[in-house]
Design a protein around this ligand. Structure first.
Ligand code: 5GP
Length: 210
Protein backbone atom coordinates (compact mmCIF):
# COMPACT_ATOMS: atom_id res chain seq x y z
CA UNK A 1 0.00 0.00 0.00
CA UNK A 2 2.83 2.36 0.88
CA UNK A 3 4.31 1.88 -2.55
CA UNK A 4 1.30 3.59 -4.07
CA UNK A 5 1.75 6.67 -1.99
CA UNK A 6 2.51 9.79 -4.04
CA UNK A 7 3.25 13.26 -2.84
CA UNK A 8 1.45 16.44 -3.80
CA UNK A 9 2.82 18.90 -6.27
CA UNK A 10 2.39 22.46 -5.01
CA UNK A 11 2.88 25.69 -6.92
CA UNK A 12 3.72 28.61 -4.70
CA UNK A 13 3.88 32.08 -6.23
CA UNK A 14 3.76 35.69 -5.21
CA UNK A 15 5.76 38.80 -5.93
CA UNK A 16 9.33 39.05 -4.78
CA UNK A 17 9.13 40.48 -1.25
CA UNK A 18 5.64 39.13 -0.46
CA UNK A 19 7.16 36.84 2.15
CA UNK A 20 7.20 33.50 0.28
CA UNK A 21 10.58 32.42 1.67
CA UNK A 22 9.66 33.15 5.28
CA UNK A 23 6.31 31.37 5.02
CA UNK A 24 7.93 28.41 3.30
CA UNK A 25 10.74 27.93 5.76
CA UNK A 26 8.26 27.99 8.65
CA UNK A 27 5.85 25.58 6.97
CA UNK A 28 8.73 23.25 6.06
CA UNK A 29 9.89 23.24 9.66
CA UNK A 30 6.45 21.89 10.58
CA UNK A 31 6.25 19.32 7.79
CA UNK A 32 9.01 16.76 7.23
CA UNK A 33 7.50 15.45 4.01
CA UNK A 34 7.52 18.84 2.27
CA UNK A 35 10.50 19.35 -0.05
CA UNK A 36 11.40 22.54 -1.87
CA UNK A 37 12.41 22.10 -5.48
CA UNK A 38 15.76 23.82 -6.12
CA UNK A 39 15.51 25.77 -9.35
CA UNK A 40 18.12 26.51 -11.97
CA UNK A 41 18.76 30.16 -12.72
CA UNK A 42 21.03 32.34 -14.81
CA UNK A 43 20.80 35.10 -12.18
CA UNK A 44 24.01 36.11 -10.41
CA UNK A 45 24.10 34.71 -6.84
CA UNK A 46 23.34 37.20 -4.06
CA UNK A 47 25.59 37.43 -1.07
CA UNK A 48 24.95 34.37 1.19
CA UNK A 49 23.35 32.35 -1.59
CA UNK A 50 24.90 28.92 -1.98
CA UNK A 51 24.99 26.98 -5.23
CA UNK A 52 22.81 23.87 -4.96
CA UNK A 53 20.99 25.21 -1.92
CA UNK A 54 19.34 28.47 -2.96
CA UNK A 55 19.52 27.69 -6.65
CA UNK A 56 21.70 25.90 -9.16
CA UNK A 57 23.44 28.87 -10.72
CA UNK A 58 24.15 28.15 -14.38
CA UNK A 59 25.15 30.01 -17.53
CA UNK A 60 22.56 30.89 -20.15
CA UNK A 61 24.15 28.31 -22.44
CA UNK A 62 23.78 25.54 -19.84
CA UNK A 63 20.22 26.62 -19.08
CA UNK A 64 19.18 26.59 -22.74
CA UNK A 65 20.80 23.18 -23.19
CA UNK A 66 18.55 21.82 -20.44
CA UNK A 67 15.51 23.38 -22.09
CA UNK A 68 16.50 21.89 -25.44
CA UNK A 69 16.92 18.46 -23.89
CA UNK A 70 13.43 18.59 -22.39
CA UNK A 71 14.79 18.57 -18.84
CA UNK A 72 12.61 21.45 -17.61
CA UNK A 73 9.11 21.00 -16.27
CA UNK A 74 8.70 24.76 -16.74
CA UNK A 75 10.87 27.81 -17.22
CA UNK A 76 10.53 31.56 -17.61
CA UNK A 77 12.46 34.77 -18.04
CA UNK A 78 11.95 37.11 -15.09
CA UNK A 79 13.58 40.54 -14.74
CA UNK A 80 16.19 39.62 -17.35
CA UNK A 81 17.17 36.20 -15.96
CA UNK A 82 16.02 32.66 -16.69
CA UNK A 83 14.56 30.45 -13.98
CA UNK A 84 13.44 26.84 -14.40
CA UNK A 85 12.44 23.64 -12.63
CA UNK A 86 14.21 20.44 -13.58
CA UNK A 87 11.88 17.43 -13.86
CA UNK A 88 14.18 14.77 -12.38
CA UNK A 89 14.30 15.86 -8.75
CA UNK A 90 10.61 16.71 -8.61
CA UNK A 91 9.69 13.28 -9.91
CA UNK A 92 12.08 11.61 -7.49
CA UNK A 93 10.62 13.26 -4.41
CA UNK A 94 7.01 12.69 -5.50
CA UNK A 95 7.84 9.01 -6.05
CA UNK A 96 9.16 8.83 -2.51
CA UNK A 97 5.79 10.12 -1.31
CA UNK A 98 7.08 13.58 -0.39
CA UNK A 99 5.20 16.74 -1.28
CA UNK A 100 7.16 19.00 -3.61
CA UNK A 101 6.77 22.74 -3.58
CA UNK A 102 7.71 24.84 -6.60
CA UNK A 103 8.41 28.41 -5.61
CA UNK A 104 8.01 29.92 -9.04
CA UNK A 105 6.76 33.06 -10.76
CA UNK A 106 3.50 33.32 -12.68
CA UNK A 107 4.59 32.36 -16.22
CA UNK A 108 6.16 29.13 -15.01
CA UNK A 109 3.17 28.51 -12.77
CA UNK A 110 0.85 28.80 -15.74
CA UNK A 111 2.88 26.16 -17.60
CA UNK A 112 2.65 23.73 -14.68
CA UNK A 113 -1.09 24.40 -14.23
CA UNK A 114 -1.63 23.51 -17.89
CA UNK A 115 0.49 20.36 -17.73
CA UNK A 116 -0.73 19.20 -14.33
CA UNK A 117 -4.12 20.79 -13.56
CA UNK A 118 -4.36 18.74 -10.36
CA UNK A 119 -1.34 20.50 -8.86
CA UNK A 120 -2.26 22.69 -5.91
CA UNK A 121 -1.59 26.38 -6.49
CA UNK A 122 -1.18 29.06 -3.83
CA UNK A 123 -0.49 32.76 -4.36
CA UNK A 124 0.86 35.04 -1.63
CA UNK A 125 -0.16 38.69 -1.73
CA UNK A 126 1.57 41.51 0.13
CA UNK A 127 -0.88 43.74 2.04
CA UNK A 128 -0.09 46.56 -0.44
CA UNK A 129 2.45 47.58 -3.10
CA UNK A 130 3.85 50.24 -0.76
CA UNK A 131 4.48 47.59 1.87
CA UNK A 132 6.11 45.40 -0.77
CA UNK A 133 8.53 48.18 -1.70
CA UNK A 134 9.41 48.71 1.96
CA UNK A 135 10.10 44.99 2.43
CA UNK A 136 12.32 44.86 -0.66
CA UNK A 137 14.28 47.89 0.55
CA UNK A 138 14.65 46.44 4.05
CA UNK A 139 15.94 43.19 2.57
CA UNK A 140 18.88 45.20 1.31
CA UNK A 141 19.84 42.72 -1.40
CA UNK A 142 18.83 44.68 -4.50
CA UNK A 143 19.61 48.10 -5.96
CA UNK A 144 16.86 50.77 -6.24
CA UNK A 145 16.67 50.10 -9.95
CA UNK A 146 16.10 46.37 -9.41
CA UNK A 147 13.57 47.09 -6.65
CA UNK A 148 11.56 49.36 -8.95
CA UNK A 149 11.61 46.69 -11.65
CA UNK A 150 10.43 44.09 -9.17
CA UNK A 151 7.58 46.29 -7.91
CA UNK A 152 6.45 46.88 -11.50
CA UNK A 153 6.65 43.16 -12.15
CA UNK A 154 4.66 42.56 -8.96
CA UNK A 155 1.70 44.49 -10.38
CA UNK A 156 1.61 42.20 -13.43
CA UNK A 157 1.91 39.13 -11.23
CA UNK A 158 -0.82 40.17 -8.80
CA UNK A 159 -3.19 40.62 -11.75
CA UNK A 160 -2.90 36.84 -12.28
CA UNK A 161 -3.51 35.79 -8.67
CA UNK A 162 -7.10 34.80 -9.48
CA UNK A 163 -5.78 31.83 -11.52
CA UNK A 164 -4.59 30.17 -8.32
CA UNK A 165 -6.56 27.78 -6.11
CA UNK A 166 -5.85 29.84 -2.99
CA UNK A 167 -4.67 33.35 -2.20
CA UNK A 168 -3.00 34.17 1.10
CA UNK A 169 -2.70 37.81 2.16
CA UNK A 170 0.50 38.00 4.11
CA UNK A 171 -0.23 40.70 6.68
CA UNK A 172 0.64 38.41 9.58
CA UNK A 173 3.32 35.80 9.11
CA UNK A 174 2.06 33.27 11.68
CA UNK A 175 -1.46 33.44 10.24
CA UNK A 176 -0.10 32.93 6.70
CA UNK A 177 1.97 29.94 7.83
CA UNK A 178 -1.09 28.39 9.48
CA UNK A 179 -3.20 28.94 6.36
CA UNK A 180 -0.62 27.44 4.04
CA UNK A 181 -0.14 24.47 6.35
CA UNK A 182 -3.88 23.76 6.40
CA UNK A 183 -4.25 24.09 2.62
CA UNK A 184 -1.45 21.57 2.07
CA UNK A 185 -2.89 19.12 4.59
CA UNK A 186 -6.24 19.21 2.80
CA UNK A 187 -4.57 18.64 -0.55
CA UNK A 188 -2.76 15.60 0.80
CA UNK A 189 -6.15 14.00 1.40
CA UNK A 190 -6.85 14.01 -2.31
CA UNK A 191 -3.30 13.43 -3.57
CA UNK A 192 -3.92 9.81 -4.58
CA UNK A 193 -6.04 11.10 -7.44
CA UNK A 194 -3.00 12.85 -8.93
CA UNK A 195 -0.81 9.77 -9.22
CA UNK A 196 -1.32 8.69 -12.82
CA UNK A 197 -1.53 12.25 -14.15
CA UNK A 198 1.77 13.27 -12.60
CA UNK A 199 3.38 10.13 -14.01
CA UNK A 200 2.11 10.85 -17.49
CA UNK A 201 3.31 14.43 -17.61
CA UNK A 202 6.67 13.94 -15.96
CA UNK A 203 7.53 10.95 -18.12
CA UNK A 204 6.53 12.76 -21.29
CA UNK A 205 9.10 15.51 -20.57
CA UNK A 206 11.93 13.05 -21.14
CA UNK A 207 10.76 12.33 -24.65
CA UNK A 208 10.69 15.93 -25.83
CA UNK A 209 13.16 16.63 -28.66
CA UNK A 210 14.23 13.03 -28.94
P1 5GP B 1 14.68 35.73 -7.05
O1 5GP B 1 15.57 36.32 -8.11
O2 5GP B 1 14.11 36.80 -6.15
O3 5GP B 1 15.32 34.61 -6.30
O4 5GP B 1 13.43 35.09 -7.82
C1 5GP B 1 12.69 35.85 -8.71
C2 5GP B 1 11.39 35.14 -9.05
O5 5GP B 1 11.66 33.93 -9.76
C3 5GP B 1 10.59 34.75 -7.81
O6 5GP B 1 9.24 35.10 -8.04
C4 5GP B 1 10.74 33.25 -7.75
O7 5GP B 1 9.62 32.62 -7.17
C5 5GP B 1 10.86 32.91 -9.23
N1 5GP B 1 11.47 31.60 -9.48
C6 5GP B 1 12.40 30.97 -8.75
N2 5GP B 1 12.67 29.77 -9.28
C7 5GP B 1 11.88 29.64 -10.37
C8 5GP B 1 11.69 28.60 -11.34
O8 5GP B 1 12.29 27.53 -11.32
N3 5GP B 1 10.80 28.85 -12.33
C9 5GP B 1 10.10 30.01 -12.42
N4 5GP B 1 9.24 30.12 -13.42
N5 5GP B 1 10.25 30.99 -11.51
C10 5GP B 1 11.12 30.82 -10.51
Amino acid sequence: MNKLKKGCLIIFSGPSGAGKDTILSKVMAKKDNLKLSISHTTRVPRENEVNGKSYYFVSEKEFMEMVKNGEMLEYAKYCGNYYGTSVVKVKDELEKGNDVILEIEVQGAEQVMKKIPEALSIFVLPPSLDELKIRLKNRGTDSDEVINRRVKEAENEIALAHNYDYVIINDDIEKSVEQEFKIIELQEMKSQKMKHIIDEVLNSEKNINR
